[in-house]
Design a protein around this ligand. Sequence first.
Ligand code: SF4
Length: 270
Amino acid sequence: MSNNENVYRPVQGKTYSLFAEGDDSEHYYAEIKRLVDGFLKLCPDEKRLLSLIQKAGKKPFLMGLKTTGADQKTLQFVRETLKQSLSIYTQNVSNHLNTLSLAAKRMDSTLATSEEKYHLYMLEIELVNRIYREEFKRSGYKFALIAHCLRDFRPGCRSVKGDIEAVCRGCTEGCLIRLGSVLLEKYGIEPYISVEMDQERLFRRLKQEHSSIGALGIACIPELAMGMRLCIRTGIPPVGIPLNANRCARWMSQAHETSFNLEQLEDLLR
Ligand code: SF4
């Protein structure tokens, strides 16, 4: 591992951890890339595969998308393969769901994300990165929204209000938002700390202000997948990197430090 070793302590999330039982999240990235390569042999049209897996989590099944018997066979194979390959990263989902009240499940669909949906979101994130990466890189204006829970919890964060969201002031050497921001700026991407709840309004505003725009997200798996969908609906090419584990106060009774894979972020941007 690199000199970022100190920020990559393996952590368990409320529902998932990309470390699984290992020392880093590299195995996760190797596995999800291998899976997508395999699924694209069955369904070589990346956008078609993306539509299929986005609809797979919906009820009634495949609403609004015409599918063939071959599509349904592909989906069945995808679901079974994902379950076998990715369950190691989502070991805490069922315990979490068992502790959620019916009211909590109704009020917050993100908290109620099923294990199968986590697997489909993991696949979706990797597929979206492949489909939109070049378009994102060609965009005239590129910005990133980094989950606020990545702030270093030791000092009082010195971030300040920026023109679209909060901006890191780099007060703490090992803070992952500082490290991520430095890397993003190296690739011409404006980094912001995500605190805005109404992202749809933000994206529509930015779309009006810039003729060519790309978005990068760093967030927990369900939030990142939803953010990518919102970008695509708004006409903004998205890419993103999931948090290594979901540990913010929304998921746990209080916020705990988490991380993301900086090397994978750089691979995505090269
Ligand atoms: S380095 Fe940036 S994000 Fe991290 S605590 Fe300091 S100002 Fe906040």
